[in-house]
Ligand binder design. Structure first.
Ligand SMILES: [Zn+2]
Ligand SMILES: [Zn+2]
Length: 272
């Protein structure tokens, strides 16, 4: 389906009433609309008023679910602060991480690079007035009933301890955050060991297969959604990695350093 640009967002319809919203700072979120309410899966860097933005697609109330607590998935949560009445969900294992990253929001907005690229969108932000909502817990098996459309939570400790997948079984879609992705980051302090990720991956493969999932959308740029065949490749890659067969290349990026292992199109970044 075709993509349309709205300011810093590129929006692509991925199913009837479901949209991928890609924020130009490289973070993707998803708006899934039911008959009674809508769900925004992740909130990217929050560089424009997301509640108003979602209002262009639906007038229904919006529930926010974060796939995990990373900065590029939660900073827009503050647009949904509603004096304690908000519906913002996250797995409890990532709440500490969330509290830490949202305290850096003002610094992110003041960053010269962000000012240069997004100045026109953020110039009127009143940073003193911004309040981030507290999250409500979400766990394995929880259902988000949107009316005529349901999202089911699958826990996936790995990239972070509190990472989750959301399944829309009717549309055969999985929303995967950074858990099923071409560049898997496991080198972060908040990441689990590779064997914990592997166990999550195997378990998710079984659940997604049983549910007949055909498309897997993640939280960053992708040319096309992943499929279960890609997950199978990831399983094989992890198996050779855990068997000590891969050769790691040193890498360094803004978030840290470690060793990068490549398996076809799939890369795993580990601590040294
Ligand atoms: Zn992440
Ligand atoms: Zn991310």
């Amino acid at each position: 389906m075709s993509e349309k640009q709205y300011g810093i967002y590129f929006v692509e319809g991925i199913a009837d009433g479901a949209f991928k919203i890609y924020e130009r700072r490289d973070a993707a979120m998803y708006l899934v609309i039911g008959d009674k309410k809508a769900c925004l899966i992740d909130t990217a860097f929050g560089l424009t008023d997301l509640r108003s933005f979602a209002g262009q697609f639906t007038h229904l109330p919006v529930t926010v679910v974060n796939t995990h607590g990373h900065i590029d998935h939660v900073l827009g949560n503050h647009w949904f602060y509603d004096k304690g009445n908000e519906e913002v969900y996250m797995h409890p294992e990532d709440v500490e991480l969330y509290d830490e990253v949202v305290s850096g929001y003002a610094d992110m907005i003041r960053d010269p690079d962000v000012q240069e690229q997004f100045g026109e969108f953020i110039k009127d932000f009143d940073l003193e007035a911004i309040t981030f909502p507290k999250t409500k817990d979400i766990r394995e098996g929880d259902l988000i009933d949107l009316g005529g459309r349901t999202l089911e939570i699958v826990e996936f400790p790995g990239h972070t301890r509190g990472s989750i997948l959301l399944l829309d079984k009717a549309d055969k879609i999985c929303y995967a955050g950074d858990s099923l992705i071409e560049n898997l980051w496991l080198f972060l302090e908040e990441s689990t060991s590779p064997d914990v990720y592997y166990a999550s991956l195997k378990r998710a493969y079984d659940i997604l297969s049983k549910a007949g999932i055909e498309r897997i959308y993640n939280g960053h740029y992708s040319y096309k959604p992943l499929t279960l065949d890609n997950v199978k490749e990831m399983i094989l890659g992890m198996e050779s990695l855990l068997a000590g067969k891969g050769v790691g290349e040193p890498f360094e990026n803004h978030a840290g350093s470690g060793l990068q292992y490549s398996f076809g199109d799939w890369k795993v970044l580990l601590r040294e």
